[in-house]
Design a protein around this ligand. Sequence first.
Ligand code: SAH
Length: 217
Amino acid sequence: MADFKEARARMVDRQIAWRGVGDDHVLRAMRSVPREAFVPESMRVFAYDDAPLPIGEGQTISQPYVVALMIEAAALRPGERALEIGTGSGYAAAVMAEITGQVFTIERLGGLADAARRRLTELGYANVEVRIGDGTLGLPEAAPFDVIIAAAAGPEVPAAWKGQLAAGGRIVMPVGSHCSQDLIRLTRREDGGFDKVSLGDVRFVPLLGAQGWRDPR
Ligand code: SAH
């Protein structure tokens, strides 16, 4: 346990703060969430490595730095309403839940969603609501959101998400082809228009669904 705690503190210093993430909310959250609890038993020794890790069903838990970068880019603040697309292990949702009390997360694969829900409950993240479904459609019944973060990459920003974003709200999402993408942030202006900023090259698993890539199932 103590080893994980030390490894976690080192991870935040060397992989995240050192690379320029300075948002105190994000750094504090990343220092709190036990990443080892979100990876398969056999992967625990690698939990604080500077890399994504397999979590089953062909999916991955994102590299810690990428999780920090995306939440910082979204400028998530206490009290805001957040939606994550692509629950996976539930790790990023837990980091977001350390910052705000209202986190919704959607996963298309029922097995991963159920495991994430169980894990989040055991760890005491009662403020995260895990849904199974096609996240490209957003979550109309819980909208509007201040922040929408996608952990999977699509060809373009789903229109549904733009429609469910509050004025001043931010969408952070990897957009591009299957093998290379640009991480972008869209901010909704008061007049309803959107400002776009490019945050750099990334590589994510595909966003599969009605407003993403075609779902083979
Ligand atoms: N945030 C996760 C990383 C998840 S990887 C973590 O911290 O562990 C991306 C996830 O997006 C995968 O689990 C994949 O199944 C899911 N996904 C892909 N398309 C989706 C869609 N349309 N709706 C919901 N989840 C989707």
